[in-house]
Write a protein that binds this ligand. Structure first.
Ligand SMILES: [Zn+2]
Length: 482
């Protein structure tokens, strides 16, 4: 059977990348539907709410290489402020205050000592055209230091790929020796170099953002796009939400005023600053009075997907359309006149006109049966799927270089649109064969993707219950405060 494939940020990012080329008219594919909701003109009022849940989980604290930093402890009773007449309670409070004061002083002293020994930090933002020699030179460091640092075991070579916008933080002591260097690649990742007796040692320092589960909900008056904007959701998150429900709901044709959604998703923070959104954990969408609920679940193989509360996949086993097309140039038609030969020849697939080199995606998980040249089809890919389904992708300009027998996953690029073989213009000729019989790819009933495996069911049910309860609790809390 089909294996569930992760449907996460990567796919959404891919959608975003192709987003500007999409056309609104063709609403039959999910991808196009997603674009459509972005394009709908906002009008009217939208009611939407959002609240943040102050719930932070294990933030990784950055560590300075300051093992010298230790706090001194004050001796109790030695303070002149402590009087025997005080009650025990206030005595403790004063003691604590004195200790804290002493600790702060000790820390300040240690920081001062360290600065005397290692030097002050100096931060340089890398600009376009900068290189290590120039940057080091600007700090009064010569070529031999550059050489030494760049040859630091393990991480020295990372300095060869510095990029504009990143920064270098130098620490140089009074003798002009580079004692420490920090190569800051991002808010979450830096490489720390420390001078030791026999040259530099480096380590990778990564920080984990705090994850704040966040609740959002909205009711649609005109468009999902506007409602989700009011709810505080980013475009990315909106597209992800639409992607989850896009197999059941056509976001261009089916959205009605009064439709509503609510979801729990992750927000990532570092030191109180929002870095971005994480995953949608659980979401529900009510369309025409019917409510769909999706729970994010990662199975024991590490595969993540969204499922209904009873463990069915939110997806179909096949994409309806394996290419972002501009129009259908020829429909499935068993009695068609062939455009080149002008004789009666059945058209056993559907032709999707699309610009040259538009990526062609595998409609479902499967194995490559053939990838190469065939008379008439030109460059063509055949994919064998479970349950005797074969899909065919013809007239490609280029193939993605897949080998026979190779596994492909739904949405994977397998070729690029062209007009090789008997074709009058760039298009994808797509066939859907069940037990060797050609079916109309536009109307054939598509099977659901694989549900939760039996071995995962107990785990999934627990998680599913918990997540739905959390979602419901937030929704009720919000209703109660309205
Ligand atoms: Zn065709």
């Amino acid at each position: 059977m089909n294996k569930a494939i992760p449907m996460g940020a990567t796919r959404i990012n891919q959608r975003l990348k192709h987003f500007p080329r999409r056309h609104l008219l063709l609403a039959s594919t999910i991808a196009v539907s997603i674009m459509g909701l972005m394009a709908l003109l906002p009008s009217g009022d939208v009611e939407a709410r959002r609240n943040e849940i102050p719930m932070s989980i294990d933030a990784f604290q950055p560590q300075e290489a300051t093992s010298e930093l230790t706090s001194t402890v004050t001796t109790p009773g030695s303070s002149p402020f402590v009087s025997n007449q005080n009650s025990n309670q206030s005595e403790t409070a004063i003691k604590k205050e004195v200790e804290q004061d002493a600790e702060a002083k000790a820390l300040a002293k240690a920081a001062y000592d360290l600065e005397q020994k290692l030097g002050k930090w100096h931060n340089v933002t890398i600009k376009s055209g900068d290189n290590l020699s120039v940057l080091f030179n600007s700090q009064g460091l010569n070529a031999s230091v550059v050489y030494q640092v760049a040859n630091t075991p393990k991480y020295g070579e990372t300095l060869a790929s510095i990029r504009p916008g990143e920064s270098l933080e130098f620490r140089i002591n009074q003798e002009g020796t580079l004692t420490q260097l920090r190569y800051v690649k991002s808010r979450l990742e830096s490489i720390f170099f420390n001078r030791e007796d026999d040259g530099y040692q480096a380590e990778l320092v990564t920080l984990s953002p705090e994850i704040h589960p966040t609740y959002a909900s909205g009711t649609i008056e005109s468009s999902l796009f506007l409602a989700s904007q009011k709810a505080g959701l980013s475009q990315n998150l909106t597209m992800e939400l639409a992607g989850i429900f896009g197999w059941d709901i056509d976001f261009v044709q089916d959205i009605r005023s009064g439709d509503s959604f609510n979801l729990l998703y992750e927000e990532k923070y570092l030191e109180g600053e929002k870095l971005g959104d994480g995953d949608i954990l659980v979401a529900s969408f009510t369309n025409h009075g019917q409510t769909y609920t999706a729970i994010r679940y990662t199975d024991s193989n590490g595969d993540t997907d969204y499922y209904t509360p009873d463990g069915k996949s939110m997806k179909k086993a096949f994409l309806r359309t394996p290419v972002d097309f501009t129009r259908i140039s020829s429909r499935f038609n068993p009695n068609r006149l062939h455009p080149v030969f002008k004789t009666k020849r059945p058209h056993r697939g559907v032709d999707y006109a699309a610009p040259m080199n538009t990526p062609i995606k595998a409609a479902g998980d499967g194995r490559v049966q053939f990838s190469g040249w065939q008379n008439g089809f030109g460059n063509v890919v055949f994919i064998q799927h479970p349950n005797n389904v074969v899909t065919v992708y013809a007239h490609a300009n280029k193939l993605a270089g897949l080998k026979k027998g190779q596994k492909v996953r739904q949405g994977q690029t397998i070729a690029y649109v062209g007009k090789t073989g008997w074709a009058t213009g760039p298009h994808l000729h797509y066939e859907f064969r069940v037990n060797g019989v050609h079916r109309n790819p536009v109307t054939v009933k598509l099977p659901d993707a694989a549900p939760i495996a039996k071995s995962e069911m107990a785990n999934f049910r627990k998680k599913s219950k918990l997540m739905i309860a959390r979602l419901e609790k937030h929704r009720e809390t919000l209703l109660a405060t309205q």
